[in-house]
Design a protein around this ligand. Structure first.
Ligand code: AMP
Length: 214
């Protein structure tokens, strides 16, 4: 099953993707996680990516498409995948169409998680990400048992630079300007599933399960 998750920053794409991979037994491909790993490694690509990420801007399409193209060619993607955070522009969506065609596959579902901007600002400023396993706690809605320490792996929790309020506003503008037009792009195919992302994690998970029939 090939699935794309679309939604504004903080809508819960990463959280839902992690829940879906256990059920569907396919990998989660998060371009955000891949770029954060490159930043951590300090690779030349990571250094360049950080400039864009810190501003709340998108990394240039050719870089992102190259990374995804390489990742989708790996053996673990043969059974399907969940793309979390890609595509984010029309050019990325067109490139993905080309990749799918060359592999003889297609998209099964475009899951769109909708959440109003005001909710998102409060959600994102409270988010704390684990340096070890990338799990995301929230200081209010999903606090760790011990402050600053991930419940899942004991790693150190930190606030991502791009989870500061100014950057969040910029990321929301980027989403509305460049990514939300993708919903229209895919609407010609009968694969768009609109999900209300304002409920609890479990409610959103149930809504996605019902929408994709899995
Ligand atoms: P995310 O964790 O998905 O919110 O991604 C964090 C940041 O990584 C974004 O704000 C972008 O700067 C960059 N990024 C992730 N995925 C993409 C993409 N598909 N296209 C461009 N930039 C991306």
């Amino acid at each position: 099953m090939n699935i794309i998750l679309i939604g504004p920053p903080g809508a819960g794409k990463g959280t839902q993707a992690k829940r879906m991979i256990d059920r569907l037994q396919v990998p989660q491909i998060s371009t955000g996680d891949m770029f954060r790993a490159a930043v951590k490694e300090g690779s030349p690509m990571g250094k360049k990516a950080k400039e864009y990420m810190d501003k709340g801007a998108l990394i240039p399409d050719d870089v992102v498409i190259g990374v995804v193209n390489e990742r989708l060619a790996k053996a673990d993607c043969k059974k399907g995948y969940i793309l979390d955070g890609f595509p984010r522009t029309l050019d990325q969506a067109k490139a993905l169409d080309g990749i799918l065609k060359s592999m003889g596959t297609k998209l099964d579902h475009v899951v769109v998680i909708e959440v109003p901007d005001d909710y998102l600002v409060s959600r994102l400023t409270g988010r704390r990400t684990c340096r070890g396993c990338n799990y995301m706690h929230h200081i209010e809605y999903d606090p760790p048992k011990k402050s600053g320490v991930c419940d899942k792996c004991g790693g150190e929790l930190y606030q991502r630079d791009d989870d500061q309020e100014d950057t969040i506003r910029q990321r929301l503008n980027t989403y509305h300007g460049q990514t939300s037009p993708l919903i229209e792009y895919y609407s010609g195919q009968d694969i768009v599933r609109m999900i209300d992302g304002t409920g609890s994690m479990v409610q959103v998970q149930d809504a996605i399960t019902a929408a994709i029939g899995a």
